[in-house]
Structure formats: C-alpha cells, structure tokens
Design a protein around this ligand. Structure first.
Ligand SMILES: CSC[C@H]1O[C@H](OP(=O)(O)O)[C@H](O)[C@@H]1O
Length: 357
C-alpha cells in the first residue's frame, strides 16, 4: 500500500533483519521496527505488533529464518518452530507457514538452510500478495454486480475488525475487493466496526482506508444491526482466521453477531480468505481453539488526548472482572460465499477446492 507516496509491504527483509510496521502504534504513529531474532518475532506476534492471519503466517515464516541464521540443525529448527506456533493458536496460517518452512528446511543440507530460509519465507510473502490481488478481483465482481443493479447508489459495505492491507503482506483480504472497486471508480462506502476490545477497525481499517481515500464511517460494534434494519448495508465482507472445509468461519469476536443480523435481513455476508486460511483437517468450527487474551485488553483502552499524547485509561471498575475471547465462529449456514484467490464459493462447495490445490 502507498503511505505518504511510498509503497510498503507490512513485512520485509532488510539485510539480515526483518522489518515490520508496529501496528500497536497506529493510527497515531507510523513506526517501523527492525527484528533480529526469532524471539523478537515471537513477541511481535504475541503482542500484536503484527497481526492478521496471513501476516502472522508470513511473520512466523520470517521468524523461522531469523531462528536458523546462527544454528540451523534439526533440533534448533524444531525448537524455533514450536516457539512460533505457541504465540497465537487460532489463525491456521501461522502453523501452516511454520510447518511449510520446517518441511522445506529439513529437506536440505544444514549448511544451506540459513540462506535458503530467506528464499522460502519470501515465497510465502509473495504468494500472499498474489492471492490477495486475485481475491480483490473476484470480490470486486460481486460489488460491481450490486452497482449495476443500482447505478446511482453508493454501495454500503460493512466490515469487522481489520482484514485489510495491515492484516496481510499486501493488499488485504476483505478490503481487497473494496480497494479494487474504489480504484475501478465504483461508488463504495465502508461502515467500519470499531471492533472492541483492541479496536482493529477504528485504529487500523479506518487508518488504511483513509490512506487510500476510500469513503468510510467508523461505527460502534453495536450499530451494525440497526444500519441493516434501515437498509443502510448492501453487503458484509469480513476476513477470517480459520475456515473449516464445511465453511464454518472463525474470525474476530463479534463477527457471528453481524452474520446473524445480515441473515435476518437477507444481506449478503461474504468471507474473503486466501486458501492457506482454510483448515482441511476440520469440519466443525466449534472445534477451533479460541484464543483467550488478557482481560486488561477489555479493562483498558488506548487513545490520544487533546495534547497529542497517547494514553491508556481504565474503562471498567477496579472491582470488576473482564473476559476476552478474541474470536468467534460463524456457522456456514450464515455465510453467502467465500471469496478466495480461486474464485467465490458457497460454503457447501468449498470442499471441491481441496483437490485442486
Ligand atoms: C485477513 S486477517 C484475518 C483476521 O485476523 C484478525 O485477527 P487479529 O487482529 O486478532 O490478528 C481478524 O480476526 C481478521 O479478520
């Protein structure tokens, strides 16, 4: 994505280091952090400096690179892989990327691994960029179909959390069709769910849409149903952290509620994912491990005060407890279609994709 006229990916190699955009600093500061060890990459994933299913997959791949630069024997590779996989359990992309790196590295001589690892990780990053470009094209066709039916009308699309450029290496998943439609001249507007507790919508989706001058409005997580009830939403497009082969969708907490409201109002509900987000070993989404994050993410909020200082404030009584499940599961019956780099599939046809991968 272009930021201040400079094209960035969200993660890239710089000599023997890996650079990331520190997403915990957005939208009030744009800071690049240089990582030198796999331990630093584990912390960057765990603390959500980098987040988003496809991006944490690529980040974990680069973590494998950093972890084998000084010692690339089998035991070291296995230890680094285990540490990276343990950082976050829900997005299947992370374990998928680590296993792919491990398989490729274990199949070559120890002396070749340090250098080859950079090539293997770059391939995962480049594949993500290409997949998201294709998702954008397939998804844009869905938006164009709505525009054809209503040429004068602005097309209102609701999205939840951040499944944009910042959640991937480049291009985004749920936002890729929106960028493609906007760039093709279609009149799109995005309702951006703030997405408590970490506000990936308010802080990240709004920020990146603004960088690309896409019209958007930040709303509370609770407003989506009301807007749907009043005909203000033409479609919903979200990302996912893990999709089962039956089309059950695990995504940021609150997605399920949006799907229920969309279903009740016959509003198309699409999920945009690259195929590495599909878990072919799983059928029932309720079997997916849901990451339970620190309750302080609910108890505190971060923002900028009038003096431009970023502050963290408590928003619940000291005596109160909080619970912080980071994801929920939307059953396939509530999903209109899954937008992949191979095309758009109704959930019941997703399994036909497995044999062609
Ligand atoms: C295309 S990103 C998919 C997914 O990842 C985000 O989770 P997190 O911000 O906790 O890493 C969110 O669920 C996005 O929809």
């Amino acid at each position: 994505m272009k930021i201040r006229n400079h094209h960035y990916r969200t993660i890239w190699r710089d000599a023997q280091s890996v650079c990331i955009i520190d997403q915990t600093k957005l939208p009030f500061a744009f800071e690049v952090e240089r990582l030198h060890t796999h331990t630093q990459m584990c912390e960057a994933i765990r603390s959500m400096q980098v987040r988003g299913a496809p991006l944490i997959g690529a980040a974990a791949a680069y973590g494998m690179v950093l972890g084998c630069q000084h010692n690339a024997d089998d035991q070291t590779l296995q230890s680094v892989a285990s540490q990276l996989i343990a950082t976050r359990p829900t997005a299947v992309n992370l374990a998928w990327a680590v296993q792919r790196m491990l398989q490729q590295l274990l199949s070559i001589a120890v002396a070749e691994r340090a250098q080859a690892a950079w090539v293997f990780a770059q391939a995962i990053a480049d594949e993500d960029v290409a997949q998201n470009q294709a998702i954008g094209q397939h998804g844009q066709e869905l938006i164009a179909a709505v525009a054809t039916a209503n040429p004068e009308q602005v097309i209102n699309i609701l999205t939840h959390c951040n499944a944009g450029w910042l959640a991937t290496v480049d291009g985004g998943t749920a936002l890729a069709p929106i960028y493609a439609a906007h760039d093709a001249g279609l009149r799109v507007h995005v309702w951006v769910d703030e997405t408590r507790p970490r506000n990936q919508g308010a802080s990240l989706t709004a920020w990146e849409l603004a960088q690309h001058a896409v019209p958007h409005t930040v709303i509370t997580d609770n407003a989506g149903g009301h807007l749907m009830q009043h005909g203000q939403v033409d479609m919903v497009i979200v990302g996912a952290d893990r999709v089962t082969k039956s089309g059950d969708v695990c995504n940021k907490i609150g997605t399920y509620l949006k799907a229920l409201a969309a279903y009740d109002h016959q509003i198309p509900f699409y999920v945009a994912v690259p195929t590495p987000t599909i878990d072919w070993q799983l059928t029932d989404g309720t079997d997916i491990e849901i990451e339970m994050r620190d309750a302080d993410e609910v108890a505190y909020m971060q923002g900028q005060d009038e003096d431009g200082q970023v502050r963290r404030v408590r928003v619940i009584p000291n005596e109160s407890q909080a619970l912080n499940p980071a994801f929920d599961v939307t059953p396939a019956r509530l999903v209109t279609g899954i937008i992949t780099e191979r095309g758009v599939f109704p959930p019941e046809q997703l399994k036909s994709l497995e044999t062609s991968l």
